[in-house]
Design a binder for this molecule. Structure first.
Ligand SMILES: O=C(O)[C@H](O)COP(=O)(O)O
Ligand SMILES: [Mg+2]
Length: 377
């Protein structure tokens, strides 16, 4: 059984809730068919079990889900046809208990602990480096950028989400170039393989064969694609959220709790969580809710490492760690490559913000440029 919690906007919430339950299980929300026997309805019709104001809880019988019905099918049931009913003016999927149906999903292969083991970053926030310029680099230049970031001490590198498989920097050429450049270094490298399911899985497999040590996929690939890669490619998987607000805001949407539950269920090991400070300045409470979903104990699954980015700079590092704990990654592109002393210095400044040893000229320059340590709010 799957239990879904909704916030419904309708003049008649009871009618809306019934329309949702019936329409998303047995049939037309208004008209019963001749074959709608009592027995069939008892077995398959979703049940409205609670209504409090606009908050509605609906149970979907487990028998409605076959073993190979993945997240696409489940979401079509939980957040599908109700958007096509006029008298339901808004419907937000606030939370989901996937019940026994969660058992078909494997969750993160590595989790936070696994990522720590792979990188050797055991007891501190991790630092991620994002390749920038996002576009326009040749494989050789991209490899140089990655090497410079690794020299500066980043634990993880991802290509930015707008890098696909262009002819001037194809995946097949750039992955070996970067792998060679990072040879012997502990840094994890995640090429971006965002694409339609077929292409994303093919590209992830190719990246694995060419020696990549992680995989980066944007939300637009679709949740099932993350799961397919998780099952077929034995590498840490990074979820990049840009685009998520299309699904989490508006009259018909899922909450971020649901989003990150799905991301964890699909088997991602690291996920872009948002940012505190920077050009995406989310509230502490909203971030803590997401962190709870990613790092809290949940149905026996491995945890998911939250990656803060979108305007991160060294002046924010200490506060991020103090506020949200060690089990985070802080990822940056702009403030690494925009450091006046260059990319390696930019990466080093982030590391110095975590573990300052001796003099810290790179950090000092960064703090001068982007602001000193101090809470964003
Ligand atoms: O993909 C990301 O996380 C963003 O592009 C962040 O990049 P920035 O550090 O340049 O803001
Ligand atoms: Mg980006």
């Amino acid at each position: 059984m799957i239990t879904a919690h909704y916030e419904i906007d309708a003049s008649d919430v009871e009618k809306a809730a019934m329309a949702l339950a019936v329409g998303q299980s047995v049939g037309n929300p208004d008209i019963r068919a001749l074959r709608d026997s009592d027995e069939l309805l008892a077995r398959h019709q979703a049940r409205v079990i609670d209504i409090e104001g606009g908050r509605v809880t609906v149970e979907f019988p487990g028998t409605n889900f076959g073993e190979s019905d993945g997240i696409a099918h489940i979401m079509a049931v939980l957040l599908g046809g109700q958007v096509d009913i006029d008298h339901i003016e808004g419907c937000r999927l606030v939370d989901v208990d996937f019940g026994d149906e969660a058992g078909r999903f494997s969750g993160p292969r590595y989790g936070i602990e696994g990522i720590r083991q792979l990188t050797g970053a055991i007891d501190r926030p991790l630092i991620g480096g994002i390749v920038k310029p996002k576009l326009g680099l040749s494989p050789r230049e991209l490899a140089d950028v990655c090497r410079e970031m690794a020299d500066g001490g980043v634990d993880f590198i991802k290509e930015d989400e707008v890098l696909g498989d262009p002819p001037w920097c194809p995946l097949a050429d750039r992955v070996p170039a970067v792998v060679t450049a990072l040879d012997g270094m502990p840094t994890i490298y995640a090429p971006c393989v965002t694409g339609d399911a077929l292409d994303a899985v093919r590209r992830a497999t190719l990246a694995y064969e060419l020696g990549a040590s992680a995989i980066h996929v944007n939300v637009w690939s679709g949740f099932g694609t993350f799961r397919a890669i998780r099952e077929q490619v034995e590498l840490p998987l990074f979820f990049q959220k840009s685009g998520d607000r299309v699904w989490t805001t508006g009259h018909f949407a899922m909450s971020e709790v649901v989003l990150y539950k799905i991301v964890r269920l699909m088997g991602c090991d690291m996920a872009h969580v948002g940012m505190w400070g920077g050009y995406l300045n989310e509230s502490i409470s909203a971030l803590e809710v997401k962190l709870g979903v990613m790092r809290g104990s949940w149905i026996g699954l491995n945890t998911l490492l939250p990656s803060f980015s979108c305007g991160a700079h060294p002046g924010l590092v200490r506060d991020l760690g103090e506020r949200f704990g060690n089990d985070i990654m802080i990822s940056s592109g702009g403030a690494i490559h925009g450091h006046p002393m260059g990319t390696t210095a930019g990466a080093r400044a982030f590391r110095q913000a975590i573990d300052p040893v001796g003099t810290t000229p790179e950090l000092d320059v960064a703090l001068e440029l982007w602001g000193g340590i101090g809470s964003p709010r």
